[in-house]
Design a protein. Structure first.
Length: 681
């Protein structure tokens, strides 16, 4: 076949181009199911005499030992048939896994950006000379270190680190080059939990080592001393595999040991140490604080749960997912809209964790058949953090999701929403109206509620009566009268809104317009002298008009009430710690019409410890603001279709979400790939 052909089976995208076949897994290669799908796909390729395979890992966040061995087996099978396999587009984390396991000795790896995957030959320079060559140490410091070495008998590297003349990372990298031992930065995903658990916790802690990956009977072992032969011999005897050292920092090894063995019931090690300032605010007695450190001695599960929460707050996570499986429970954090696996726990611990969280949320721990919702409040790092608890019974137990509502991390300021100056001015002009309806649109998780809170902060005044109707109330704001929907007792959006209008409000915020009744009351309120703010689930600003009409709102009423619509999305910003710039290709320049702007420099993130190797850290909003002028009001009165509304936008050159996103790309705040992912273009 000369033309490209594509098909998707499960999680593997298969594309045939000429004599080559591309296989692209769409998720992490760390479960037996997805790995088996990849193996099955290659088997099918071989049966059809497709023996030249390109395996694209661009969508693969992490791989485990089983995946590495499967890829090597695929290569061996193809070579025997006269073919080959090549791996392309591994991310920084996967590149490090390939490097420490010697994977590229078996399989050809291409497109390894900024990283040479193959091992470098060792250098003959002494450690001090090597550090001098790298401008890390001066010759005088080396001479001082040699003098101390002769007096104390300590190793050169230890002396340099203890005196603070060079970082542990610089010293270990130099030692690694000397001895042809790879250095790696330990972080989530770099180790395979199954390989790590080959060694018991006590031995790992005593020797300060961690098994990282196992490939064909050999284990990559994280160590601080690459010449500790007795330790290697002991590990080999205990796990029954040959080991080879991989250099890592001492603190990272200890933290990884804590992560690896967090789920062992005999001696639970926390996800992270619980700081002394971490407290739970008991719901029954709001003024009574229960200090976590005092309770930890009585129950290690309590300590484990509290450390999960504290680490999530520290890492800026918006949600904690605790998901039971067949043999283990997985803990994942959602950071900047993307889920990252941080640890796994033994499955027999899961019921105890669920029960502990239900106690914290004042829920019924004996009810495991029905979903439950609750709230938890904790204090950490000198501030209060609210947690929304949700449980959902599944095949292997109850899945738990904790939504973290950290007011300190929220952008409750119109000027900090990421809008450009023109959009900020336009948004404020809409809010300065004394009456009318303002809608904020976008999918779940696009920051609509944050924009509403920022608007309320802008409008908040002792001279105004501001009332909100929310489900639930996420952040408490002074002076504003906030009300929570409780559908189980009949307090719906529409019923509260109807009563709210009898409370003499100036401004009403409705968390979401979900039905015809709420929509009609909101429009009537806007027409009778109130400023009404609300949200809708539509993809674009213009879609809010058709959605309201579809709900049953009369077009002539909507045209009089609506004063503006703001559509928005949240896009990840480039991590400042690993940000690099590059010159845009001619294709990109032509595609986006940048030919007259000279040389275009864009940015991307390489991936580092600060950003979970994603290249992104933090998020910013992109916006599309539609002001309801007289022309639009006349158009709405005629009950327009989508084509007519789209033509209106085009004729008036309204800036779309994509155009706003491109401005952030040109400012090197984010990437074209991120804008395309979020807007689905």
């Amino acid at each position: 076949m000369s033309a490209a052909q594509e098909n998707l089976t499960g999680e593997i995208l298969r594309t045939r181009v000429g004599v080559m076949t591309h296989l692209a897994p769409r998720s992490a290669l760390n479960t037996e199911e997805i790995i088996q799908e990849l193996v099955d796909a290659t088997t099918d390729c071989i049966q059809q005499r497709e023996i030249q395979l390109i395996i694209d890992l661009s969508a693969v966040q992490v791989v485990n030992s089983r995946a590495l061995e499967a890829l090597i087996d695929i290569q061996d099978k193809l070579v025997r048939l006269g073919g080959w396999a090549k791996v392309i587009h591994p991310n920084t984390l996967v590149q490090d896994i390939f490097r420490i396991t010697g994977f590229s000795e078996y399989v050809n790896v291409m497109d390894a950006a900024d990283t040479d995957i193959r091992s470098q030959p060792g250098k003959k320079n002494r450690l001090g000379d090597s550090l001098v060559e790298k401008d890390i140490l001066t010759q005088k410091r080396v001479e001082e270190a040699v003098a101390q070495q002769q007096k104390t008998g300590k190793r050169m590297g230890q002396i340099i680190i203890e005196n603070g003349w060079a970082s542990e990372q610089d010293v270990l990298m130099a030692i690694g080059e000397q001895l042809s031992v790879p250095y790696v930065r330990l972080r989530a995903g770099i180790y395979d939990p199954d390989a790590a658990n080959l060694l018991d916790r006590k031995t790992a802690a005593r020797l300060r080592v961690v098994p990282l990956q196992r490939v064909r009977g050999s284990v990559a072992l994280a160590v601080t001393d690459p010449q500790a032969i007795p330790s290697f011999d002991e590990v080999e005897q205990r796990i029954g595999c040959r080991v080879y050292p991989v250099l890592a920092q001492r603190e990272e090894i200890l933290n990884t040991i804590a992560d690896v063995y967090a789920g062992n019931t005999d001696d639970i090690i926390m996800v992270g140490d619980v700081d002394e300032d971490f407290e739970i605010v008991e719901n029954l007695v709001p003024d009574d604080y229960s200090v976590i450190d005092e309770m930890a001695e009585g129950s290690p599960v309590i300590n484990l749960v509290n450390s999960m929460v504290q680490r999530a707050v520290r890492d800026g996570a918006s949600d904690i997912h605790i998901e039971p499986g067949r043999g283990k429970s997985r803990v994942r954090y959602r950071i900047d809209g993307v889920l990252y696996e941080v640890t796994t726990l033994r499955s027999d611990l899961h019921p105890a964790i669920v029960s502990r969280m239900k106690v914290m949320a004042n829920l019924d721990i004996s009810e495991r058949r029905l979903p439950q919702d609750g709230r938890i409040q904790v204090q950490t790092q000198g501030r209060a953090v609210d947690l929304r608890f949700s449980s959902l019974p599944g095949l292997y137990g109850e899945k738990i999701v904790l939504r973290i509502l950290d007011k300190n991390q929220s952008l409750l300021d119109v000027n900090r929403l990421g809008m450009n100056q023109d959009n900020v001015t336009l948004f404020k002009s809409l809010l300065d109206n004394s009456n009318g309806l303002i809608l904020v649109t976008g999918p779940t998780g696009s920051g609509k509620t944050t924009s509403l809170y920022a608007a309320l902060n802008y409008l908040n005044s002792i001279e105004k009566n501001i009332v909100t109707i929310e489900d639930p109330v996420e952040y408490q704001i002074d002076i504003i009268n906030q009300n929570e929907v409780r559908e189980n007792i009949g307090l719906t959006f529409s019923s509260i809104l109807r009563h709210t209008l009898r409370q003499d409000p100036d401004i009403v915020m409705v968390g979401e317009i979900r039905d015809r009744e709420t929509a009609e009351i909101a429009v009537q309120a806007a027409l009778t002298g109130h400023l009404v703010l609300s949200t809708l689930h539509t993809n674009h600003a213009i879609g809010a008009i058709t959605r309201m009409i579809d709900m049953g709102v009369e077009p002539y009423l909507l045209s009089s009430a609506l004063i503006g619509v703001i559509a928005q999305r949240l896009v990840r910003t480039i991590c400042p710690a690993c940000k690099t710039e590059y010159v845009a290709s001619p294709d990109l320049v032509t595609r986006f019409g940048w030919e007259d702007q000279g040389q275009i420099r864009l940015a991307r993130g390489r991936g580092c410890q600060e950003c979970y190797d994603s290249g992104y850290k933090g998020r910013i909003g992109i916006h599309e603001i539609l002001r309801a002028d007289e022309d639009l009001q006349r158009l709405v009165t005629s009950n327009p279709g989508r084509d007519e509304l789209a033509r209106y936008l085009e004729e008036r050159n309204i800036r779309t979400l994509f155009h706003d996103g491109l401005d952030h790309v040109r400012s090197c705040d984010t990437t074209i790939e991120e804008i395309s992912r979020v807007i689905n273009i």
